[in-house]
Write a protein that binds this ligand. Structure first.
Ligand SMILES: Cc1ncc(COP(=O)(O)O)c(C=O)c1O
Length: 449
């Protein structure tokens, strides 16, 4: 196949500048370990684990073999009123890693489906307890909760919402946790726990008995990595407990070792009632998402239904797909055998040190990071987001793939990365970012604001 704009015309690519991409394609054709190869045969270091999902590195033979074997043995089975052993085995294995009693697992196919499933579980939970009037959801500015209509409504990223109307009724947004005084903080910032009081204000404004749940990413990911201030998540938990509000952690990015423990809930010592996961759940070898709920939530919904009747009228044709479960089980085997979550914790200080060493570059206006994930902001050019996109393209040309959102870059290498890979990543970042004009007016302003 030729890689001309004409040949690439018919695939409408997601979250992509289609016309620009097709004129200058960046195609990846193979991958192994922490490297991709592009269609020109060049090696590209994967600085963001694909989209934060390939935690165990690319091309894992164990996962591919498990999927192939499963597809030959049992390719599919209807997940409604029938089942296959692997989904139960996978749920049991996952429950050994999830925090506290979040041991009941509902499967879907993506993070977005996990989020919309979690929304529906919250509504069903309150309804079965005679509190069906709890229909409001509290989310945050700068949040990303996927792209289905529920998650889009929860989203606090302006561009992800603005073409799509009013969204779900009753979603309110509290402030994000970025504070100028916390710029260039490694780990959890000291300032900002009081931002959690915004949730209390929503309680005062709307009445606790109208609020179903508060959704947060423990570390806000897609917006550019906002690490929760010390005491912030704890305070959200307290307010939720006081007012009977469910706390939902969206761990789609944070989960599976990214923070140095299986889940961010464990790293930060705060347990939600419901948790979403996806991405590294299968090391991205198969599409899959899941929701883990506490025994309290599961029992409330399941025990409220009459015997031998369906308890939750929700599910997907591919919920708990055999091939995805096989991929997930093989992925957990790797995580456990190679101690990748512990490895992430051990590598974190080296990784953060290396990324924060870029602080001297004039174009960088902030760096944030925790565990094996970090974000940096570049001073905006005339049009916000334009410089971030340009940086992403230039890094790719220089041999590094990272995710950018607006003018923020996000680095999160596979958890198998060696120190040499982290060095290589930071060298490429430095070489590209240092070419941006030193101390132009807009940069000076951003650095001092
Ligand atoms: C926190 C969070 N939730 C949900 C999603 C949506 O996941 P997916 O793209 O698999 O639908 C993402 C994706 O990046 C995410 O970061």
């Amino acid at each position: 196949m030729e890689y001309t704009a004409k040949a690439l015309e018919h695939h409408w690519m997601p979250f992509t500048a289609n016309r620009d991409f097709k004129a200058h394609p960046r195609l990846l054709v193979s991958a192994k370990g922490v490297y991709y190869h592009n269609h020109k045969g060049e090696k590209i270091l994967d600085g963001s684990s694909g989209l934060f999902c390939v935690a165990a590195g690319h091309g894992r033979r164990e996962i591919a073999d498990a999927v192939a074997k499963q597809l030959v043995e049992l390719d599919y089975c209807a997940p409604f009123q029938s089942g296959h052993p692997l989904s139960f085995e996978f749920a049991n294995r996952l429950a050994a890693h999830t925090p506290k009693d979040l041991d009941y697992i509902f499967f879907g196919n993506s993070g977005s489906e996990a989020v919309d499933t979690a929304i529906k579980i919250c509504l069903a939970y309150h309804r079965t307890r005679g509190q069906g009037q709890r229909m409001r959801f509290v989310s945050r500015e700068r949040a990303y909760h996927g792209v289905n209509i529920g998650g889009t409504s929860l989203s606090g990223l302006v561009k992800n919402r603005d073409a799509f109307g009013a969204g779900l009724a009753g979603v309110v947004h509290i402030r994000h946790t970025w504070l100028s005084e916390n710029r260039f903080t490694k780990g959890q910032p000291d300032a900002g726990a009081e931002l959690a009081e915004d949730l209390r204000r929503m309680v005062e404004l709307y009445g606790a008995d109208t609020i179903a749940a508060c959704f947060v990413e423990p570390i806000a990911g897609s917006t550019g990595i906002l690490v929760p201030p010390k005491g912030y998540l704890e305070r959200l938990r307290e307010i939720c407990d006081t007012h009977g509000i469910l706390l939902v952690f969206d761990e789609v990015i944070c989960g599976f070792g990214r923070t140095g423990k299986a889940f961010a809930a464990q790293s930060f010592g705060v347990t939600p009632d419901i948790m979403t996961m996806a991405k590294a759940l299968t090391n991205a070898a198969q599409p899959m998402g899941a929701v883990a709920v506490s025994k309290k939530v599961y029992d409330a919904i399941v025990n409220a239904a009459p015997e031998a009747s369906i308890e939750l009228f929700h599910g997907y044709t591919y919920s708990g797909h055999p091939a995805a479960c096989a991929a997930g089980l093989a992925t957990l085997d790797i995580y456990e055998k190679e101690r990748l979550f512990e490895r992430a914790a051990e590598m974190s200080s080296y990784f953060l040190e290396a990324v924060f060493s870029l602080s001297d570059l004039p174009v960088i206006t902030d760096i944030r990071g925790y565990g094996m994930i970090a974000g940096f902001d570049v001073a905006s050019a005339a049009k916000p987001g334009a410089r971030g996109y340009e940086v992403q393209k230039r890094l790719f040309e220089a041999g590094l793939h990272i995710k950018t959102t607006g003018d923020a870059g996000i680095v999160a290498p596979p958890l198998i990365a060696e120190k040499s890979h982290i060095d290589e990543m930071c060298d490429i970042l430095r070489n590209v970012l240092r070419t941006y004009p030193a101390q132009t007016a807009d940069i000076r302003q951003a650095r001092s604001s």
